[in-house]
Write a protein that binds this ligand. Sequence first.
Ligand SMILES: Cc1ncc(C[n+]2csc(CCOP(=O)(O)OP(=O)(O)O)c2C)c(N)n1
Length: 269
Amino acid sequence: MLITAETPIKFDRKKQKDDTLLKLYKNILKPRMIEEKMLLLLRQGRIAKWFSGIGQEAISVGVASALNKDEFILPMHRNLGVFTTREIPLNRLFSQFQGKPGGFTQGRDRSFHFGTQDYKIVGMISHLGPQLGVADGIALADKLKKDKKVTVVFSGDGGASEGDFHESINTAAVWDLPVIFVIENNGYGLSTPSNEQFRCKSFADKAIGYGIEGVTVDGNNVLKVYETVKNLAESIRENPRPVILECVTFRMRGHEEASRNKICTERII
Ligand SMILES: Cc1ncc(C[n+]2csc(CCOP(=O)(O)OP(=O)(O)O)c2C)c(N)n1
């Protein structure tokens, strides 16, 4: 079945314990509360820039909750939920966002252009596709050390149109690197709608061309994302290989908040 942004969400807890469900709920609530605060701070001129992941939280939270804490995640600009699920203290996170010394880069960067080795997050330095090749490097090191770890790297659908996407996935396929390539398909590459950006029906289909597995899930269903990544990660740790995981979602706000920003009400397929 082709999963689209219009597919109704069906939550199936399967055998997940109450504790797990509660944790996922708390984890998904936190980034939304922070984002709402950020929109206020932006209007007050106390932060300069903000990329919104409102509506896409289930992907960041599902992925980060499913991995072990010592496994690297390489997020993009809409993955606040990765930072919060890794439990970065909020005073450090807000210091970073406001360019204060208590952050991670002494005020040199803003919004999501930072990482932290302490929490095994590799920051995006204003790049999209090039982030994918970094994940290959981490995964190669883990594989050579027989560390039984999986690395997760994020890309948007727009980032997936860059050349590095092809090079990174092809290399990971040939070298059997333990990477989950998460494609957040949110209907837009910056402000270009999907129908002007790519012709494929599903990003999971691209996996066929690389000779690897591809899976599509409803990216708005946190249980589905969590369960899928948990199962994939367990299998990849034992049997290292790359997998493309397409998470179908919808970007509810514009590209970034300093631009004129109307709330999107429909998705152009
Ligand atoms: C290598 C590189 N190319 C272009 C940009 C500028 N840029 C930042 S985000 C973006 C759009 C990305 O689209 P997509 O991956 O679909 O994510 P979205 O922002 O739509 O969620 C672009 C072109 C960049 N930061 N780095």
